[in-house]
Design a protein around this ligand. Structure first.
Ligand code: MRU
Length: 322
């Protein structure tokens, strides 16, 4: 079983996602500031995992009677887009027992993932070739996964389904992490570069697209890893079902629509090279938005632990959340 986050009482251990798939090494953090660094540096990543990590970071400072306002602010400043971070920190701020609350956030995420997996698996046709983007598996959550969790559950029932993993430039979460998880679990997985998606879809080699989310606005617009929008447009053009799987901790009813979501800009070095190898010339201008927004109208359905919201819009999401 893949364990991305391990709570040890006086510290929290993260499976270092920067080193996968080559090395499986755990990094131990003993304070909110260390956890904030781990989130910013992508030791731990993926919206639900970021929320769980922040909760444990806050709990660590609470045990030490540190300044909890500072812990909150430090963790909140680590990454801006995944709303799970702010959702978890708000829960921690209100909690009487910080450790118990952090453990509850972790356990609830795992339970939500499993239920979501069952709701989503019902939508995956027999033998489906599922195209997915970024990494939304155990590594991105407390354990099972969101979009890849749906695939995991579907695969338990139907050994003929398979995954097409987009490599997910620039940080390669698909090539490094989704491919690794599938290989670990024996789920048939074919890796493609992101610019191959249109070709494969147009050739009829994809049956369904399932992706995760970092923030779902009140109207159903979804922020997810950069490139998701491109795949959604392709799916729409070719009349393929395009599902988003995310727990309710990723829903942000306070954000009216996708335009109001802050999109993280990451360092230029992630685009100009990788792990110390530079392929772009010095001096070139670079953009590195880490997420994009898929408008609700391109989404067939949003799968969460409460069920599936088909053709999501403001009214349907509000009804589901209330
Ligand atoms: O930059 P990352 O790797 O944290 O981005 C992750 C994603 O975009 C995932 O698709 C999203 O967080 C959902 S993870 C269950």
């Amino acid at each position: 079983m893949i364990e991305p986050i391990r709570w040890r009482g006086d510290g929290v251990e993260f499976l270092d996602q920067r080193l996968l798939p080559d090395k499986t090494v755990y990094v131990t953090c003993r304070s909110a500031a260390e956890v904030a660094d781990a989130i910013r540096d992508m030791v731990v990543r993926g919206a639900p995992a970021i929320g769980c990590a922040a909760a444990f970071g806050f709990a660590l400072d609470s045990i030490k009677n540190s300044d909890l306002k500072k812990a909150f602010d430090t963790l909140a400043a680590s990454r801006p887009t995944a709303v799970n971070l702010f959702w978890a920190l708000e829960r921690m701020r209100r909690a009487r027992n910080a450790v118990a609350e952090a453990v509850a956030i972790f356990d609830e995420d795992l339970a939500a993932n499993r239920v979501m997996g069952r709701h989503g698996a019902a939508l995956v046709p027999k033998g489906a070739r599922v195209l997915t983007y970024c990494n939304t598996g155990a590594l991105a959550t407390s354990g099972h996964g969101t979009a890849l969790g749906v695939v995991r559950t579907a695969f338990e029932r139907d050994r003929t389904i398979s995954v097409i993993a987009c490599e997910t430039r620039p940080y390669l979460q698909g090539a490094r992490l989704t491919a690794w998880e599938c290989v670990q679990e024996g789920i048939p997985c074919t890796l493609i570069t992101d610019n191959m998606a249109g070709h494969l879809i147009s050739k009829g080699e994809v049956d369904v697209v399932i992706v995760g989310a970092d923030r779902i606005a009140a109207n159903g617009d979804v922020a997810n890893k950069i490139g998701t929008y491109m795949v959604a447009v392709l799916a729409h053009r070719h009349r393929l079902p395009f599902y988003v799987a995310a727990p309710t901790s990723t829903f942000d009813p306070k954000t009216v629509d996708g335009a109001a979501i802050q999109i993280e800009e990451r360092p230029a070095q992630e685009v100009t090279g990788y792990r110390g190898v530079r392929w772009a010339p010095e001096g070139v201008a670079v953009r590195n938005p880490a997420f994009d927004v898929t408008p609700a109208e391109l989404i067939t359905g949003i799968i969460c632990e409460r069920g599936v919201v088909l053709e999501p819009n403001r009214a349907r999401l509000a009804a589901m959340l209330n």
